[in-house]
Write a protein that binds this ligand. Structure first.
Ligand code: SAM
Length: 200
């Protein structure tokens, strides 16, 4: 299904790009994960009813609404661009009209991913290159502090993984457990890497 058609089926608008003003070098532009990539990921990687997902840099919310609709699990999206965040809220209002029957919450939070307080129930963390590797390291550190306090198995899902993110994870106890490629992808980076910290 084409991107706009898929958006329409979820009653949302997420197609397009938005750059940050020049000088905001730590924060990356808005661009949604392609639906065909999400379809492929979730053929291979399943979420359970007990999972709770955080989308760091959720943009207009495509991944959050897609996961909520498909798996009916709680999702939190965090976004710091004020206009993009407003658009995500608009999407939530129209999506929720259609998805009233799904009880799991969708929470959209305005703010910096690196300031998000990881909840003890959060266990699946999604990143489509939202920010610099330095900020990614802070966010991963927050996740590790949370699992040290409340041990549980947690997964990180990276779409379009860049070398700098992989280097950050090499210095952590996260283990690469799966690689999911997207059929027909034009570029080698159009894939997902899934890392896990497993509670013994
Ligand atoms: C590449 S988009 C990914 C959108 C969405 N996760 C998806 O895959 O469809 C990255 C988003 O992260 C946001 N962002 C960048 N730095 C951020 C930060 N420090 N905290 C929260 N959001 C941030 C950007 O404004 C942008 O909307």
């Amino acid at each position: 299904m084409a991107e706009k058609k898929y958006d329409q089926s979820l009653r949302i608008r997420t197609v397009g790009l938005r750059e940050w003003p020049q000088g905001m070098v730590c924060y990356n532009r808005y661009e949604a994960t392609p639906y065909k990539a999400l379809d492929r990921l979730f053929q291979v990687y399943r979420l359970n009813k007990s999972d709770k997902v955080v989308d760091f840099g959720c943009g207009r919310g495509r991944v959050s609404f897609y996961i909520h609709n498909r798996f009916q699990v709680p999702v939190t999206g965090i976004e710091v661009h004020d206009k993009t965040y407003e658009e995500a809220l608009g999407n939530k209002a129209s999506y929720r009209q259609m998805a009233r029957h799904i009880q799991a919450p969708i929470r959209l939070k305005y703010g910096l991913a690196e300031h998000y307080e990881v909840k003890v129930t959060d266990n699946t963390f999604y990143f489509f290159n939202p920010f610099s590797a330095q900020i990614f390291e802070q966010v991963v550190d927050n996740i590790l502090q949370s699992v040290e306090g409340d041990p549980r198995t947690v997964d990180l899902i990276l779409y379009y993984p860049i070398a700098a993110y992989k280097r950050v994870l090499q210095n952590t106890p996260f283990q690469l457990i799966n690689k999911v490629t997207v059929p027909g992808a034009a570029q080698q980076k159009e894939k997902f890497l899934i890392y896990r910290w497993a509670d013994k």
